[in-house]
Design a protein around this ligand. Structure first.
Ligand code: VG1
Ligand code: CO
Length: 543
C-alpha cells in the first residue's frame, strides 16, 4: 500500500461554527477543500496511531464521496480501526455512543444537520473526541489556524471500500469494519427505558406518529419505534434517508415539519407525534392538537425523570443553553439540584457531563440529551416522553398544563430572520452593543431593564472562557430578550431573537404565545431596530 502526498493551497474560510465546518456543497466540492480540513484535523491531533475512528453521516449528497476520501486519509494517518456505518450512515447520537462503547480515539460526523441537502444544499463535517462529544473550541480553533497554512495532504492509494454490506477490509495496519448503524444505539436505548411499558401503551391503542423528514432517523425509528415498540409502519413517515431530504429542510419545527404538524392539529389527530432533524440529534414533541416548546420539554423531562428507569435515582444537576427558557431552572430549584447556563452549542455541555455535574441538558432549538451520550439525541427525547406517558397515563396536553400549574409558565418564542445581509446584521449587533450601557434602568412599556450585557462563559471545569455569546436584555420581572447571530448558516446571516416572559396566572396559560409576548416583541424591535437594519417586516421562521 502506497501513501501519496499531494500539494494543495490553504483555504481561508475553514473556521468551524456552532457545530462543525458547514458550507455549501459546491464549496466542499472544490479540489482539496475537504482533504485540507481533514489533514488539518489529523495534524493538530496527537496519539491516534493504532486507535479507532468512528465514521458516518446523515446520508446527504456528497456523504459517500466524503467518506471514501476520509477513509483513504485515515488509513494514511495510521488509525488502527475505522468503524463505518453501512451505506455511510450514522446518526450524530449513534456516533457519540459508538465512540464511547468502543473506546475510540474519536469520530467524524458528516452532516449539516438541519440545513437543506442536495447538490444545491449544504454539507458539513464535525469531529468528536474520545468522550463522544463535539470538539471543544480550543481544538476547533487550532484546526482552523492550521488550515490557513496546510500545504499538502496524505492519502493511502487503496480502492474504494464497498459500504453496502456488513464486512471487514484490511489495508496496511488498518482494519475497516462496516457496521450496522442502528444495532448498538437500539441496544443502548433498551437499557435506559421501560420498553415493555411503552409497548403496552402502544398495543393498547395509544397512537404514535413519527416523521423522520427523509433523514437519518428513518432506519432508527423503523427498528426502535416500529419493530421493538409496535408502532405501525404507516405511522412512521418519510423514513427513507434521501440525499436531498426530499427537497425540504430536515428541521423539526412547525414550519418545516408541516406534514406532521397538520396531522397533529387536525380533528383526527393521534395522541403523540414527533420529528427529528437531518442528523438525528433534534426532536420536536407534539400531542393531540398540542405543541411542546423544547424548553418546556426539557423541564418536563427533568421534573418526571424519576419515572424513567435510567434516571430513577435522581439527577445530579441540569443545564440549558443561555437562550433556552428558564423553565428547567424552576424545576431544578424544586428538586434541589444545580442548574448551569451555557453558551449555545452542545460542546459546552461535555465537561459538565463528564464531571457528573449534570445528568440532563437541553437547548431551545429542539435539542435535549443526557449523560447516556455526549450529543443531543432526538429519538432518546421521544422515548423519554413515551416512557413518561406510559407511566402517567395522561395526554401530552394534560401533562403540559399540570406542569405550568405547578411551576408557572415560561411563555417563549424564537424569531429567526434568515438571509439577512452580513454587513446589515453586523451593524445591528454593533448598534446594540453601543447602546448596552444606556439601557440599564430604562423602562419600555412597563418593562424595566435590570441588566443588559453580552454573555460570556467560563467553563466551571477547565476554566476556559468563551466570549461574545449573545446579547442579553434581562428585565426586572424576569422577562428576557436575547439577540444572537447564527453560527450554522452558510450564506448571509441569520438573526435569532429569543423572547421570554414568565406567567403564573393559570387563566392566561392558554393564551396565544405571540399575542402574550406582543409588547416584548415590539420592545425587541424598538431597541435593536430589526426592521430598519434587516429591511424585513417579520421573521422568516417563528418557533
Ligand atoms: C443552532 C442552534 C443551536 C444548536 C446548533 C447545532 O445553532 O441554535 O442550539 O446547538 O444549531 O444544532 P446556531 O448557531 O445556528 O443558532 V444541529 O442539530 O447542528 O446539530
Ligand atoms: Co442536528
Amino acid at each position: 500500500m502506497q501513501i501519496i502526498t499531494t500539494a494543495s493551497q490553504p483555504f481561508s474560510d475553514q473556521r468551524p461554527g456552532t457545530s462543525g465546518l458547514r458550507k455549501s456543497v459546491s464549496t466542499f466540492q472544490q479540489e482539496h477543500y475537504l482533504e485540507n480540513f481533514v489533514q488539518s484535523l489529523f495534524d493538530v491531533l496527537d496519539g491516534y496511531v493504532g486507535k479507532t475512528l468512528v465514521l458516518g453521516g446523515d446520508g446527504r449528497f456528497f456523504n459517500l464521496t466524503a467518506i471514501q476520501i476520509i477513509i483513504r486519509m485515515a488509513v494514511a494517518a495510521g488509525f488502527g480501526r475505522i468503524l463505518v456505518g453501512r451505506d455511510g450512515l450514522l446518526s450524530t447520537p449513534a456516533v457519540s455512543h459508538l465512540i464511547r462503547k468502543n473506546e475510540a480515539f474519536g469520530g467524524i460526523i458528516l452532516s449539516a444537520s438541519h440545513n437543506p441537502g442536495g447538490p444545491e444544499g449544504d454539507f458539513g463535517i464535525k469531529f468528536n473526541t474520545a468522550n463522544g462529544g463535539p470538539a471543544q473550541e480550543v481544538l476547533t480553533e487550532a484546526i482552523f489556524q492550521h488550515s490557513t497554512q496546510v500545504a499538502h495532504y496524505h492519502y493511502a492509494d487503496i480502492p474504494e471500500v464497498p459500504l453496502d454490506q456488513l464486512d471487514q477490509y484490511n489495508f496496511g495496519h488498518t482494519v475497516i469494519e462496516v457496521i450496522d448503524p442502528v444495532a448498538d444505539y437500539a441496544e443502548l436505548m433498551q437499557t435506559l427505558f421501560d420498553f415493555n411499558a411503552i409497548k403496552s401503551l402502544i398495543d393498547n391503542g395509544f397512537q404514535v406518529y413519527f416523521d423522520a423528514m427523509h433523514a437519518i432517523t428513518g432506519p432508527y425509528a423503523q427498528h426502535i419505534l416500529g419493530e421493538l415498540l409496535g408502532v405501525a409502519n404507516s405511522n412512521l413517515l418519510n423514513c427513507e434517508p434521501k440525499p436531498d431530504f426530499g427537497g425540504s429542510h430536515p428541521d423539526p419545527n412547525l414550519t418545516y415539519a408541516h406534514e406532521l404538524a397538520e396531522r397533529m392539529f387536525s380533528d383526527t389527530a393521534p395522541d403523540f407525534g414527533a420529528a427529528s432533524d437531518g442528523d438525528g440529534d433534534r426532536n420536536m414533541i407534539l400531542g393531540h392538537q398540542c405543541f411542546v416548546n423544547p424548553s418546556d420539554s426539557l423541564a418536563i423531562i427533568a421534573a418526571n425523570a424519576a419515572l424513567i428507569p435510567a434516571y430513577k435515582n435522581g439527577l445530579t444537576g441540569v443545564a440549558r443553553s443561555m437562550p433556552t427558557s428558564a423553565a428547567v431552572d424552576v424545576v431544578a430549584e424544586k428538586l434541589g439540584i444545580d442548574c448551569y447556563e451555557t453558551p449555545t452549542g452542545w460542546k459546552f455541555f461535555g465537561n459538565l457531563l463528564d464531571a457528573n455535574k449534570i445528568t440532563l441538558c437541553g437547548e431551545e432549538s429542539f435539542g435535549t440529551g443526557s449523560n447516556h451520550v455526549r450529543e443531543k439525541d432526538g429519538l432518546w427525547a421521544v422515548l423519554c416522553w413515551l416512557n413518561i406517558l406510559a407511566v402517567r397515563k395522561q395526554s401530552v396536553s394534560d401533562i403540559l398544563r399540570q406542569h405550568w400549574q405547578q411551576f408557572g409558565k415560561h411563555v417563549y418564542t424564537r424569531h429567526d430572520y434568515e438571509g439577512v445581509e452580513s454587513t446589515s446584521a453586523k451593524k445591528l449587533v454593533e448598534h446594540l452593543l453601543n447602546n448596552l450601557l444606556n439601557l440599564t434602568g430604562q423602562e419600555f412599556n412597563g418593562y424595566t431593564v435590570k441588566c443588559a450585557d453580552e454573555f460570556s462563559y467560563t467553563d466551571p471545569i477547565d476554566h476556559s472562557m468563551s466570549e461574545h455569546q449573545g446579547i442579553r436584555l434581562l428585565f426586572e420581572n424576569g422577562a428576557r430578550i436575547i439577540f444572537r447571530l447564527s453560527g450554522t448558516g452558510t450564506s448571509g446571516a441569520t438573526l435569532r431573537v429569543y423572547i421570554e416572559d414568565f406567567c403564573d396566572d393559570t387563566n392566561r396559560h392558554n393564551e396565544n404565545t405571540q399575542s402574550y409576548l406582543k409588547t416584548l416583541i415590539q420592545i425587541a424591535d424598538d431597541i435593536a431596530g430589526i426592521q430598519t437594519h434587516t429591511g424585513m417586516v417579520s421573521p422568516t421562521v417563528i418557533t
